[in-house]
Design a protein around this ligand. Structure first.
Ligand code: UDP
Length: 326
């Protein structure tokens, strides 16, 4: 299939491009390089610099490419994804994440592209009851990031209804790790996610880290999350795309491991390799105590289960950061 990957120079996007190319698909990447890196784009993918909120730019790229061979699928990764940043700057999140999706959908409608794969998040569930989320769980975000993703999900649903499109919405849990070649991984300034922060601390790239709250109602008082390797997530996109395009259907699917690990567990796992200089601090605004995926639907519909466990996630990110010194 011919696939347009918007945000394909970013973390999850670039890994998905690798999986798509390995599976024999033709890939065109569009990215504004705000957080993505041109070097992260697979050498066999075609690259255009463009912004998801810029209708004219997207329109031209798609029109030019469609003349060569029409796109079958669009994948959307070009989102802002940091919870605390969304709490401080909701406008940035609504503009980029919601207005960006609307623009992309308008371009898809104009060029009659029927299939969209959309990156959503466990943050749409908010404070899920008992912390375990099925796709049927109530969606009640507790931060602007989750709100913007939920708004986009609903918008995609209405566009699909109006224009006969198919969608595969993936709700990611906590994504971490790097590609087995160590060529791509999560590289950017001011990382905030727990796995890279812990590993950077272990490697001395940062002096120390803070655990945000140890008084949550969880087994050790720190927040519990479901960690999933980026290459497992990326491969699910190949399966999701083939599923909706071939069967002409739409689905919402959790991508997680069905297992929860606390912040303390992450630190202990990294400390199997190096000590981690950490302290305990106040809770961070917008954090639910526990988020774990039910991944039953991914297994039933796509035959997908994660192949890599927490120790592999940590080891691959560790090796990646050792190599890139970042
Ligand atoms: N966390 C932490 N210290 C850090 C970064 C994150 O204690 O320096 C905690 C955070 O409060 C949350 C968990 O780690 O409980 C996962 O946060 P992350 O930002 O990695 O992902 P999120 O679940 O917010 O998407």
């Amino acid at each position: 299939m011919k696939v347009c990957v918007v945000g394909g120079a970013g973390y999850i996007g670039s890994h998905t491009v690798y999986e798509l190319i390995d599976a024999g698909h033709e890939v065109v990447v569009v990215d504004n390089l705000s957080t993505g890196l041109k070097d992260a784009v697979h050498k066999d993918a075609l690259f255009y610099e463009g912004d998801i909120t810029d209708f004219a730019a997207l329109d031209k790229i798609i029109a030019d490419e469609n003349r060569k061979k029409p796109f079958d699928v669009v994948m959307h990764f070009a989102a802002k994804i940091v919870v605390p940043e969304s709490v401080k700057n909701p406008s940035l999140y609504y503009y980029n994440n919601v207005e960006g999706v609307r623009t992309l959908l308008d371009v898809m409608v104009k060029h009659n592209i029927k299939n969209i794969i959309f990156s959503s998040t466990a943050a749409v569930y908010g404070k899920a009851k008992d912390g375990v989320c099925t796709e049927e769980s109530e969606t009640k975000p507790i931060n602007p990031y989750g709100e913007t993703k939920l708004a986009s999900e609903k918008m995609i649903g209405w566009f699909a209804h109006a224009y006969g499109m198919n969608y595969c919405i993936f709700r990611y849990f906590n994504v971490a790790g790097a590609h087995k070649t160590l060529e791509i991984g999560l590289l950017r300034d001011h990382l905030t996610h727990i796995v890279p922060v812990t590993i950077q601390t272990a490697l001395g790239i940062r002096e120390k880290m803070t655990v945000f709250g140890d008084d949550y109602d969880t087994f050790d008082g720190t927040c519990v999350r479901d960690y999933i390797h980026v290459s497992d997530i990326a491969y699910a996109h190949v399966l999701g795309m083939e599923h909706i395009a071939n069967k002409n259907v739409s689905v919402i699917i959790n991508l997680g491991s069905n297992q929860g690990f606390s912040v303390k567990n992450i630190i202990s796992e990294v400390e199997k390799h190096y000590p981690v200089n950490h302290e305990y601090g106040a809770r961070r605004e917008g954090d639910p105590a526990k988020l774990i995926a039910s991944n039953k639907r991914a297994k039933e519909i796509l035959g997908w289960t994660p192949k890599r466990d927490l120790s592999e996630i940590i080891l691959s990110d560790l090796e990646f950061r050792k190599k890139h010194k970042k």
